[in-house]
Design a protein around this ligand. Structure first.
Ligand code: RUQ
Ligand code: CUA
Length: 667
């Protein structure tokens, strides 16, 4: 046994080393691969708009970034799971609760899969969801504001990877655990090598309110202990089902590189979520006590609240027939993609030399005829040939993900052979292949996982950048590449660097989002408890050792901009309301020495910076966003006196000699 594991490791090492060395030198023809009209095809003239919004996961940056296509211009970074000092996200009192979890404040995560909301199987531009892998969470970003509106933590989960994918009417967003783990309500203090006794897998179905997008965990399904990698919803005829790739059917708890690569097939798991709904209605779910945070951002109070929820309902797949089936899939499948018709399910085995395509109709028939190959941890395993539509033979090395163009073609990314391969779904013949620089992970066609892809462009998101850009020391930007796929042959048009490491991405026609894009927050709708509705409402109040500064910002001054009477031991809260009601006039706020970030306050919004002065003195504060010709004049001072001082609390704007000073001097 030891020998074979060793041999296997050696083999894997040799393969990986030799393949890796392939892209350690620059393949010839990288430049000549660009066709003559590429520049014209990506050129978006100054002042003109891009055709698509492209939402990229930031991977370990924890954020989502928004690019225009075809230009590849960066439009915005949306803070989601990581603090962002540029925008004060996770630093202002109002946004801190967004990053609360059952583990407390967690200022970072690893976001892999953005997924747009859908109506009738088409992207609708209302929301985009994303998964936090590390401390399992699902976020919803509101595309009217391009801000994170909600984050829900997922209990009984770890390494939330096969997420955040939606059903065709956004009935649910799913989240699947990567690691199997002891359940949250069990004693987790068990030897790790009791994996086979004590560990479990789960996937969660998160209900999305069709009106306002609010999320809630509808149910979790208790599953065999494997690793769930990716997933996609069925659509059309397969609407009502959800498909997940799983690896580690070996149930290894150590050296998975070797130990989870033993079996020549793992599984695609098919979940009948309509059946799950029936079981829920019949009361077959079991309530389990857990703890998870549910955070929401309110657009009128401009404030997030975090609630700790304490219960989920769990459906046990072993006890509930017809809920879950397994289809064998070679070999450690990663991507799990459903074509626009909903009939074909593509599993991409990282270590497989072919791509299996499953037929939903055949799968249904196999279930009806009980064409099973026994069970796996209590779940029926459908015979491979009975669910298989066919295999794409010798497509490339290391298939990862597949997207569709809506014209009957599929495009699969190959990490190891570093290419995109186009093949026909009906006859499974390879039609075209094009190299990527280097080692592509995900790929994306606008709407490419929906019923209605827009098959004009394809973007490759590459894992290795090497020599594509000017060197920037040991750490390089990651890289995306844009291809024209409107013709028979794919054509490389553009490289553009990305923020963080992009995994999945989504894109949508610009007009679906543009028309709803919000310009300002209306001041009269601002219900933040600390709002100042006008300059006359600005004030400073003491509550014990808390100083609350109700401050306004308007071009080009703060009110108040001179504050005295703060004492050592006080905690100061600057509640800054931006009184502007014009598009694109934010004000910023920063104060010297604050162990914090700036605030960046949009028109009509109130945000709060907490500051604990560390010694007596006078501290300058200023606006950080260049808002007018007199932006540099937009500044003020706050005086901090020693503990117990009798400096009276005063505040003003435009008074050259505050009475307080004179008073204090007289004493
Ligand atoms: S992953 S490169 Cu989606 Cu996290 Cu495949
Ligand atoms: Cu306000 Cu600069």
């Amino acid at each position: 046994m030891k020998v074979s594991i060793f041999k296997f490791t050696l083999l894997v090492t040799i393969i990986i080393t030799s393949l890796y060395s392939l892209h350690s030198c620059k393949p010839r023809g990288a430049q000549s691969a660009i066709s003559g009209d590429a520049a014209a095809k990506v050129y978006v003239a100054p002042g003109k708009y891009d055709e698509f919004y492209n939402f990229l996961s930031g991977g370990f940056s924890g954020q989502m970034s928004v690019y225009g296509l075809p230009s590849g211009r960066l439009l915005r970074v949306i803070p989601v799971f990581s603090v962002d000092p540029e925008k004060g996200y996770g630093y202002s009192e109002e946004t801190k609760p967004m990053l609360n979890t059952s583990h407390g404040f967690v200022p970072w995560d690893d976001l892999h899969h953005p997924e747009l909301s859908q109506t009738n199987g088409e992207v609708d531009g209302r929301w985009i969801f994303g998964n936090g892998n590390n401390t399992p969470r699902i976020a919803r970003v509101d595309l009217k504001t391009f801000r994170t509106a909600e984050i829900i933590e997922i209990p009984n989960s770890a390494g939330n990877h096969s997420s955040a994918f939606t059903t065709e009417n956004t009935e649910y967003v799913v989240a699947g655990t990567r690691f199997s783990v002891p359940m949250d309500n069990s004693n987790g203090d068990v030897p790790i090598n009791t994996y086979k006794q004590n560990f479990k897998g789960t996937v969660s179905f998160i209900k999305v309110d069709p009106k306002d997008g609010n999320m809630s965990i509808a149910f979790q399904i208790l599953l065999p202990r494997v690793n769930f990698d990716l997933s996609h919803a069925g659509k059309g005829p397969s609407h009502g089902w959800f498909f997940f790739s799983c690896y580690n059917s070996e149930q290894a708890n150590t050296l998975l590189e070797v130990n989870a690569s033993q079996r020549d097939k793992d599984f695609i798991m098919a979940v009948n979520w309509k059946k799950a709904e029936e079981y829920m209605q019949q009361g077959k779910g079991k309530k389990q006590t857990v703890r998870y945070a549910h955070n929401k951002y309110d657009e009128n109070t401009h404030t997030a609240t975090s609630t700790i929820e304490t219960e989920v309902t769990v459906l046990d797949s072993k006890e509930l027939p017809g809920l879950v089936y397994l289809m064998p899939c070679p070999k450690s499948p990663h991507g799990c993609d459903v074509d626009p018709t909903g009939e074909y399910i593509v599993g991409s085995g990282k270590l497989a030399a072919l791509i299996p395509v499953f037929s939903f109709a055949k799968m249904q028939k196999a279930i009806a005829d009980k064409k099973f190959d026994g069970d796996y941890q209590g779940i029926p395993v459908i015979k491979y040939e009975e669910a298989l539509y066919g295999e794409v033979q010798k497509p490339g090395l290391g298939p990862l993900h597949t997207e569709f163009d809506g014209r009957g073609n599929a495009y699969t990314s190959f990490f190891v052979s570093s290419e995109v391969v186009k093949w026909n779904i009906k006859d499974l013949k390879v039609l075209d292949r094009i190299p990527t620089y280097y080692s592509i992970g995900h790929l994306m066609i606008p709407g490419g996982d929906s019923k209605k892809p827009n098959g004009k462009y394809l973007v490759a998101y590459n894992k290795i950048t090497k020599d594509r850009y000017l060197p920037t020391g040991p750490e390089l930007a990651q890289s995306a590449q844009l291809f024209d796929i409107s013709g028979d042959k794919m054509k490389l048009l553009l490289d553009f660097p990305t923020i963080g490491e992009p995994h999945y991405a989504q894109a949508i026609a610009a007009d679906l989002i543009m028309k709803n894009s919000r310009k300002i927050y209306k001041l009269e709708e601002n219900t933040n408890p600390y709002v100042s509705m006008g300059e006359g409402k600005a004030k400073v109040e003491r509550k014990g050792n808390e100083i609350h500064v109700y401050m306004t910002a308007i071009r080009s001054h703060f009110n108040p901009d001179n504050i005295e009477g703060v004492r050592m031991g006080d905690v100061v809260y600057f509640h800054v309301t931006n009184l502007e009601q014009d598009w694109d006039v934010p004000h910023g706020f920063a104060i010297k020495g604050a162990n914090n970030a700036e605030l960046l306050i949009m028109p009509g919004e109130t945000q709060t910076l907490k500051w604990t002065p560390e010694k007596a003195g006078v501290y300058p504060m200023y606006c950080t966003d260049f808002c007018s010709a007199l932006h540099q004049e937009m500044q003020g001072y706050i005086r901090v006196s020693v503990a117990g001082s009798n400096t009276p609390l005063t505040f003003s704007t435009g008074k050259t000699e505050p009475a307080a000073i004179a008073e204090n001097v007289l004493k």
